[in-house]
Design a binder for this molecule. Structure first.
Ligand SMILES: [Zn+2]
Ligand SMILES: [Zn+2]
Length: 378
């Protein structure tokens, strides 16, 4: 795809596509599709909307699986996630983790064919700013990211998307696994940010989806000991199934003491905070070894939190952070295809498109054995 197609023109088209999901009178003559929308908080409706047509450099993907992310659930229940807020006076489409089959090609598309199965990287960036030029496109201030208000998401049957943000799935990777490439990419980027290498000892605070994709990525990067802490026994059990060498229930035991005793007071080479909780963020300087690295992955509350910088100074520890991911999708797909990472175990719940409201309610209310819920479209 030519550079021009990835510049402002495409971005404008993408904004038109994703800021609005059109309904109304014009539909009578157009092809329609079903789209699921937040209709106020804690409520989801399915509407007939216009089926998209591909712009230059875009393909139409018929979606097969859509994951429900923690951020989707936050928006569904409170209308907010971090500093982003849904305009509740209008219906809003959630969803940003998806995969399906290419059914239509726009003008100039050369790398994909109809019938290709793909997963979508949900952020369309400008390609022009200093961050895009430096390859750190996840920091692009112009990004159009699915289901980040006011940009609408992908809880629908068909989506128009740039061909170069659709990644082909090999025959042995299903579209169900494809829908998990997005959350896997967050964990993969986290392992990269932490420079996890063969034999490194790792502590992961939080065993939600992102904690577990961080675990899978650390394991694939060759980590030795992987200690996972959480307060939910079912999540710790899942962490063990997926390769944690030791788990700690921090509701029942003092996690700091436990980690200190497990590592003979040394601490871990790399500590990942994935819960986004002030409590676990504050634990990180005490868990990292001298000269080690802390990676902040969980979305922290917007309020300021207490943190012991004397520990950081004394240990000469490095703090790194993670915002989404960059240049990871093709590697994540390869890692799943080769068997280095098995994401299937993350899926605990599956729903049909008609059950989408129930699916969101379950994702909101099930605080024990739900890790990842996916919607089967069609
Ligand atoms: Zn997500
Ligand atoms: Zn940019």
């Amino acid at each position: 795809m030519g550079a021009g197609l990835f510049g402002p023109a495409l971005l404008t088209k993408a904004k038109q596509d994703h800021y609005q999901k059109k309904g109304g009178e014009a539909m009578a003559v157009k092809m329609t599709q079903r789209g699921a929308f937040m209709h106020g908080t804690d409520h989801m409706i399915i509407k007939e909307i216009e089926r998209p047509t591909p712009g230059p450099g875009q393909v139409i993907v018929q979606l097969e699986y859509i994951g429900i992310c923690g951020s989707d659930v936050h928006y569904f229940h409170s209308g907010k996630c971090g500093s982003y807020e849904v305009d509740l006076s209008q219906d809003f489409m959630l969803g940003h983790e998806c995969a399906g089959t290419v059914v239509e090609l726009g003008e100039g598309v050369t790398t994909l064919q109809t019938g290709d199965r793909v997963c979508l990287e949900p952020g369309i960036t400008c390609g022009q700013c200093e961050f895009c030029k430096a390859g750190k496109y996840n920091l692009c201030p112009e990004v159009v990211f699915l289901a980040t208000p006011p940009v609408q998401g992908c809880n629908e049957e068909y989506i128009a998307f740039p061909e170069n943000m659709c990644f082909k799935l090999p025959d042995n990777v299903s579209t169900k696994e494809g829908a998990l490439i997005e959350p896997l990419s967050v964990g993969f980027h986290a392992a990269n940010q932490g420079n996890v290498g063969v034999g490194d000892s790792v502590v992961i605070l939080g065993a939600g989806t992102i904690g577990l994709t961080t675990l899978l990525s650390c394991k694939a990067h060759g980590a030795g000991r992987i200690i996972v802490a959480d307060i939910v026994p079912e999540k710790l059990k899942k962490a063990q199934e997926l390769g944690a060498t030791e788990v700690i229930n921090s509701r029942e035991t003092d996690a700091l003491k436990q980690i200190a005793s497990m590592t003979n007071g040394r601490g871990a080479d790399v500590v990942f905070e994935t819960a986004g909780s002030p409590v676990t963020i504050a634990q990180t300087p005490f868990v990292v070894r001298r000269g080690g690295t802390i990676v902040l992955v969980g979305i922290a509350p917007v309020e300021e939190i207490t943190y012991n910088f004397a520990q950081i100074m004394d240990k000469e520890a490095t703090i790194r952070s993670v915002f989404r991911y960059r240049n990871i999708f093709p590697k994540a797909v390869s890692a799943v295809a080769s068997g280095a990472i098995d994401v299937k175990g993350l899926i605990t719940h599956e729903f049909s498109f008609d059950q989408i409201e129930e699916a969101y309610r379950e994702a909101l209310n099930n605080k024990t054995d739900l890790i990842k819920a996916v919607i089967r479209v069609g």
